[in-house]
Design a protein. Sequence first.
Length: 396
Amino acid sequence: MTDRLHDVYVVDAVRTPIGKYGGALSGVRPDDLAAGVLRSLLARTPGLDPARIDDVFLGNANGAGEENRDVARMAVLLAGLPVSVPGTTVNRLCGSGLEAVVQAARAIAVGDASVAVAGGVESMSRAPWVVPKPARGFPAGHQEMYSTTLGWRMVNPRMPTEWTVPLGEGAELVAERYGVGREAQDAFALDSHRKAAAAWAAGRYAGEVVPVDGVDLDRDECIRDETSAAALARLKPVFREGGTVTAGNSSPLNDGAAALLLTDEEGLRACGREPLARIRASAVTGIEPQLFGAGPVEAVRRALRKAGRAVDGVQIMEVNEAFAAQALACIGQWPGLDPAVVNPRGGAIALGHPLGASGARITGAVAHQLAAAGSGTGVATLCIGVGQGIALVLER
C-alpha cells in the first residue's frame, strides 16, 4: 500500500471476433479463448517481461462448465505465462468483464500491483446443463435439468416472484416504464447493425480484434448487413403477448474473450509504449432486480461525478446493448448526452454479448476510440441481471 493513489493506464486492449451461439467459436473451450487473448495481448508489447505481471483478473458469468477451475489462472497457464503469474476470476454477471478491469485498476491505484491484465471470457455455446444434487442418493423420480447459458435457475423460493422474471420480461417492464416503443427499439437495432457493418468495412476494428487459433472467423458473426426496418418489424415479440421485445432488438447469445493491459507509470516505462487512455473513476449501483436494464443510469452519473465530468462532455460512450429497450431507456435519462457519441461502431445487438467478456470489450473499445481521437472523455457501462449497473470513466 502507498500514501497516494497511482494513475492507471490502459496500454492496450484486444478481443476475439464474437461468435454466435453454436457458431464458429463453439468448438473452442472458454479457457482456450481466454488464453488466446492473453497471448495476443502480450505479443503486442514485446518489451514487457510477462513475469512482471502482478495479477490477471478475468470476468466470467457462468463458471459451471469448462471454466470452473478459476479460468483466469487456467488461462495464464495455457497461455504459457510464467507460473509465478497468478489469476483470479470475478463474477458480476454481465458486468463481470468491467468488474475485472475495475479490480485490476484498483490494485494498481493502491500500489498492490504495477502491471495487471484484466478481461473476460464466455462461451454460451458450451455452457452445460446441470442437475441439482438430490437430498439422498438414488432418487426414484425424475430429476429436473437446468441450462446454465443465461438467466435465472434454481431460484430460491424466498425470492419475490417479481424480482425473478426472465430477462426479456424485465426489458418489457423497462420499456413500459420509460415509454420506449417497438418502432424506436427496431430503429435502434437497425442502426446498431449498420454502424457495426460500416465500422468493419472501414477497418475500425482492425487494431483490436485478434484471430482465434484454428478458427476461420475474421468478423463478428452476428452482424446482419442485409437486415431492414421491414424485416425487424415482422418479428414477433418473444417474451410477452403483444409486447415489444423481439429477437431482432435484443442481443444474441455469444462466445468470445477480451483482455486489457493495465499499468502504473513505472509499468508503462517497462512496456515502452504510449497508453491508449487513463482510467479516471468507476461506480457500481443497485436497482430493483426486474428493472435491471436501467441499472447504468445512476452508475454513469456517479462515475462521472467522481471524475469531475459532466455527461455533455463525453466524447465516446459505449453502452452495452443487452436490449434496445433498456439502452434507449438509459440514454433518455442522461440529458445533454449527444446520441451520436453512443456506440458509434455498433453495439451488442449487432456485435454480440458474450456475458463475461462484454465489459472488457466495451472498455477496450472506448480506449481505442479515445486514442484514435487523440483526446477526450469516454464512458463504458453495462446493465446487470439481478438489478445492478456498472460504469467506468476513461480519459486521454
